[in-house]
Design a protein around this ligand. Structure first.
Ligand code: 3PG
Length: 219
């Protein structure tokens, strides 16, 4: 059996998402036919985990195409805001879901269907709610607007057993400051897939941005 099939048979441990490199691209895709060449460019550039946000009508078809045609990538759905979103994402072939904020309903739905969830938080209270439900790997969103590295440092001593994926306003220039924090192994961002590069089907540019992102290190 192909390794990717064996992989996809079991639910993913959300922490695995942090083990494939320093950056998870947050993708807003307008045209489903761009999904496979875009995913291949990201993969060739060294990026394995891809978050396709459910913000466009093309998103589910894009997830399905990537799951089918780029099986060594780990594709998930972002902007999951309901149980229905989570079910649609799983049906399309998503291996994980990312929610912009903490929602007990989304968490319950993902648990029920066996879909790994990276839930979003922006306050200490939300970190507490998510950890009460057993989550130890959280998306910090919107990272820059909600306090940036200073907030993560403050959380580091209070929530020493929690890891964060900061997302929202992070760039190739600022990512190393986040990756230097003990509670950050991976950051998320949309800068690897700029709208103009996707519109122009400029896959070499996407691959260059991916390669640069995949080699980012803590400052
Ligand atoms: C997200 O959903 O995580 C953000 O939209 C990504 O933020 P960015 O576009 O500022 O990278």
């Amino acid at each position: 059996m192909h390794v990717a099939l064996a992989d996809s048979a079991k639910p993913l441990d959300p922490l695995e998402l942090a083990s494939h490199g320093p950056v998870i691209p947050v993708i807003v895709i307008e045209r489903a036919e761009h999904a496979v060449p875009m995913a291949r460019a990201l993969f060739e550039g060294g990026i394995r985990v891809l978050e396709v946000t459910l913000r466009t009508p093309a998103a589910l078809a894009a997830i399905a195409a990537i799951a089918q045609s780029v099986p060594d990538a780990i594709v998930g759905a972002g902007t999951v805001r309901s149980g229905a979103d989570a079910r649609a994402a799983l049906a399309a072939g998503a291996r994980f879901a990312v929610s912009p904020g903490w929602s007990p309903r989304v968490a319950a739905a993902c648990r029920e269907i066996g879909l790994a969830l990276l839930p979003g938080v922006a306050t200490a209270s939300e970190v507490m709610l998510a950890t009460e439900e057993g989550f130890r790997f959280l998306k910090f969103f919107p990272a820059v607007a909600a306090g940036g590295t200073a907030m993560l440092k403050a959380w580091g001593s209070v929530f020493a057993d929690v890891a964060f994926c900061p997302t929202g306003g992070i760039t190739a220039a600022s990512a190393p400051d986040y990756l230097a924090l003990a509670n950050v192994k991976v950051v998320g961002g949309s800068w690897l897939t700029p709208p103009d590069a996707l519109a122009a089907a400029d896959w070499p540019r996407v691959e260059r941005l991916a390669r640069e992102a995949a080699s980012l290190k803590a400052k």
